[in-house]
Write a protein of this length. Structure first.
Length: 319
């Protein structure tokens, strides 16, 4: 009798485990089917640029359902959507909505464009491949601007001291530190955009496609005269923490999953690779879950974009 009960208990346990595996496999296949639909619709690029199946192969079968859950939360902006975001953000200059605590009103912003030039927001270690340069080229094409409207930082700084409008452009605001670095950095002549704004009162407009609510607040707090024009503001619900709050049963599996696989990642960025929390959750632990076709923010979970050991396949590479 005891033996029979024990056998039945084992059988029930095994049956439940099989059903759990089948449910997980069904969920994975449904998510992959959604990926295929996005590719057929042209919203996701084809292999090998974005490779969900190869990425899922990085993980043990028992962990694949967690990877698929995260994949299902990943948002991708292709080139067409990126272009649309850029135009929408630029057009929002005149939408009448507040752009900053002390920024000019709508009418003054629109009027200021008669003297405007466009300049990229440079990275903390400026590089011609910074996304700000790409967005400036896109703006020139999409908005049909003359080449003279796009200027490098040095020319833009003098333009600001002359009291004329400067439009800064970049694709994404994470912490806001990159823009604030551009805003406050003093050149060899002792000049900065912040000083120019205080002395000449030039109009500063920042066009960006996507920002975190934290980064937007940081800019508002430390550069209140800058008019920030953005299409999408990401709040906590768009981060890993927000996803786990909305799906509490997945919190422990996700954290175990990241702790297990992130040590296998080998990102080229030392500030990610050498900072354990950044390796788990992205730059400054923002835990973002999106990317553009031209670039993946370093605040996005590295599990999506970082290279790794043992023939690791990223979902999408960070250019």
């Amino acid at each position: 009798m005891q033996s029979s009960e024990g056998t039945t208990g084992t059988s029930n346990c095994s049956g439940e485990k099989r059903r759990s595996i089948l449910r997980a496999d069904t969920q994975i296949q449904e998510i992959l089917a959604k990926c295929d639909i996005l590719k057929r619709a042209g919203l996701w690029p084809p292999e090998p640029m974005l490779r969900p199946r190869a990425w899922l192969e990085n993980f043990e079968q028992s962990d694949a359902y967690v990877a698929a859950f995260l994949l299902d939360k990943f948002t991708f902006y292709n080139r067409t959507l990126t272009d649309a975001l850029l135009v929408a953000s630029y057009n929002s200059i005149g939408d009448g909505m507040p752009k900053g605590p002390s920024s000019p009103n709508c009418a003054d912003l629109v009027a200021s464009l008669t003297t405007a030039i466009i300049t990229p927001v440079k990275g903390e270690h400026p590089n011609p491949t910074d996304s700000g340069y790409l967005l400036c080229r896109k703006a020139r094409q999409l908005l049909r601007l003359n080449d003279t409207f796009v200027q490098d930082t040095d020319a833009a700084l003098q333009h600001a001291y002359d009291g004329k409008t400067v439009v800064f452009i970049d694709d994404f605001v994470g912490s806001g530190d990159q823009f604030l670095s551009t805003w406050t950095t003093v050149d060899k002549l002792g000049k900065s955009f912040a000083h120019a704004n205080a002395t000449s009162g030039f109009t500063a407009i920042y066009i960006t496609l996507v920002t975190t609510d934290f980064g937007l607040k940081n800019i508002h707090d430390h550069a209140p005269t800058v008019a920030v024009c953005v299409t999408h503001v990401l709040d906590k619900k768009s981060t890993l923490e927000g996803v786990m709050e909305s799906n509490p049963s997945m919190r422990s599996p996700i954290l175990r999953f990241l702790a297990k696989y992130c040590p296998k990642l080998t990102p080229a960025e030392p500030y990610i690779a050498k900072v354990p929390n950044n390796l788990l959750f992205g730059y400054k632990q923002r835990g973002l879950m999106f990317g553009f076709e031209h670039s993946i923010p370093d605040a996005t979970l590295p599990i999506f974009w970082a290279p790794g050991q043992d023939k690791w396949e990223p979902l999408i590479e960070r250019s």
